[in-house]
Design a protein around this ligand. Structure first.
Ligand code: UT7
Length: 324
């Protein structure tokens, strides 16, 4: 027997305002055709004035708690992945904890940019498996619209705002690959690439918030190799293969990266959950947003084998294999 972190429910929240490619083309020298062809993105959601990352996260967390049919008071751990916190400190997770009227347990932020949700999931999973906590909210929430340079067509067309969350519970399982819950996680970082995707501001360096800067082609070049490496690690750790998968829910940065990764791993397109067209790249929020879509529309069901992966600034990258 072993302790596994089992998903009890998931939920998401998207700001009301939708920004289309056509509207963006009126602001910068771009076109719907270029954006769709190079990225697969058709639209993204943008937070309203005064709507912060914590607001999106609280809404997503409430939806996840309702889906799980558990009370907020039963949560004793909140791990929130974000690169766009409400404030430099305290952690946005604390604002979420307070918003949910939870005043016990622990809540903290985790920063791994687009890989944030995988890093947060792995962190919560490890805390649950040691017995330190019993029930966790793992949240990815971002307001990237606040750190974009809206004059830089190379980046401003790519990102969007949103939040997604899952509720995880420590449960005793037989200890087999047929168990429900998180079966394995694999995290990697390599700071040699830190200047390829970064924000040119921060409290200690410039005392400003700064704007996102990216050498897109450089990131693209490394993405598929890094993603597939950590997925092979997940297969090797569990003895499972691409054929065993029910769903592949990748970080939604670029459809071309997702297609190339799935192709390299022999994952058929029918098993790939794609939301990049509707959400753009929502960084740490993209995976739980995609999970939420696929659960709501009935694709992901209890007992399904689900593979998650992400790669982003740092570089950071990681995978998680779980049975829903
Ligand atoms: O989630 C975190 C990880 N981030 C990513 O995974 C992003 C990875 N990178 C990418 O997705 C792609 O590199 C981009 C979508 C950012 C760019 O696609 P690309 O095929 O690598 O294009 P490129 O950067 O090589 O640019 C090709 C051309 C350039 O013009 P020239 O030099 O060929 O004349 C750019 O100036 O496209 C131009 N361009 C644009 N044209 C119209 C760049 N951005 C735009 C734009 N609209 N928005």
């Amino acid at each position: 027997m072993t302790v596994r972190s089992v998903v009890l429910g998931c939920g998401s929240y998207l700001p009301q305002r939708i920004l289309t490619n056509a509207e963006l083309a009126t602001r910068v020298d771009t076109s719907d055709e270029w954006i769709v062809q190079r990225t697969g993105i058709r639209q993204r959601h943008i937070a309203a004035e005064g709507e912060c990352t914590s607001h999106l996260a609280i809404n997503a967390a409430r939806a996840a708690l309702a889906d799980a049919a558990v009370d907020a008071q039963s949560i004793d751990l909140i791990v929130l992945a974000t690169s766009t916190p409400d404030n430099t400190f305290p952690a946005t997770a604390v604002a979420v904890q307070n918003g949910l009227e939870i005043h016990h347990g622990a809540a903290f932020d985790l920063q791994a940019v687009c890989s944030g949700f995988i890093f947060a999931l792995a962190t919560a999973d490890n805390f649950l498996r040691t017995g330190a906590y019993k029930r966790a909210l793992v949240i990815g929430a971002e307001t990237f619209s606040r750190i974009l340079d809206w004059n830089d067509r190379g980046t401003c067309v790519l990102f969007g705002d949103g939040a997604g969350a899952i509720v995880l519970e420590a449960q005793t399982q037989p200890g087999k690959s047929s168990d429900r819950g998180v079966l394995t996680t694999h995290l990697r970082s390599d700071g040699r690439h830190k200047s390829k995707l970064y924000v040119d501001g921060g409290p200690s360096s410039t005392q400003t918030v700064g704007h996102l800067r990216m050498e897109g082609r450089e990131v693209f070049k490394h993405a598929v190799g890094m993603i597939t490496d950590v997925i092979v690690d997940a297969f090797n750790a569990t003895g499972l293969t691409a054929d065993d998968l029910d769903w592949f829910v990748p970080h939604q940065a670029n459809k071309r990266i997702i297609d190339a990764s799935a192709h390299k791993l022999h994952i058929v397109p029918q098993k790939v959950v794609l939301t990049v067209d509707q959400h753009g790249n929502t960084s740490a929020a993209s995976i739980p947003l995609a999970l939420s879509v696929a659960v709501k529309d009935g694709r992901i069901k209890k007992g399904d084998l689900v593979l998650l992966e992400a790669m982003g600034g740092g570089f950071t990258w990681g995978s998680a294999l779980l049975r829903w």
